[in-house]
Write a protein that binds this ligand. Sequence first.
Ligand SMILES: Cc1cc2nc3c(=O)[nH]c(=O)nc-3n(C[C@H](O)[C@H](O)[C@H](O)COP(=O)(O)O)c2cc1C
Length: 167
Amino acid sequence: MPGTRLLIAYGSKHGATQGIADELGEALRSVGVDAVVMPADRVSDVSDYDGVILGGAVYAGRWHVEARRCASRHAAELRKRPVWLFSSGPVDDSAERRDIPPVRGVARWMQRLGAREHITFGGALTEHTPGLIAHSMVRQGKGGDFRNPERIRRWADHIASQLRSAG
Ligand SMILES: Cc1cc2nc3c(=O)[nH]c(=O)nc-3n(C[C@H](O)[C@H](O)[C@H](O)COP(=O)(O)O)c2cc1C
């Protein structure tokens, strides 16, 4: 697997999804994958990579716009390589208790890109999250950091084993 190049691109408004992408990158590098993490709007070419993970925060039932734009911009090249999608959303422990299916738009991207899998990770909304809506949600007790590093690393291991069997 050394020499396997993997791109992890993310659409994140307030940093929670970026944190998940960073965690995935670290976990994959620790098992020898040459993983590069970058914001989805900075992705100019995916043809150098053997596989791509594309993730986005979910806001009002929609994937982050930069994740959608990245999928659209690179659809033809993404279809030719293994792709995995993830979403960061629920600000409660529901993602720990059951598999949360992708929102409709992301399910459509799975089909269009021939993505192998999708996973929903718990998100984060804390007193540090900027924005009036976020502040009032936190005030109403609807906040918290529900990202689970262990679950994120497990998914990274799972992807590493898929890359291994592909190579
Ligand atoms: C205004 C607002 C709307 C949200 N809508 C959804 C939603 O529809 N579904 C969901 O699972 N999470 C929703 N969330 C939670 C975010 O997806 C979660 O906080 C996410 O981890 C944020 O990622 P980011 O910091 O990378 O932007 C919402 C959060 C806010 C502030």
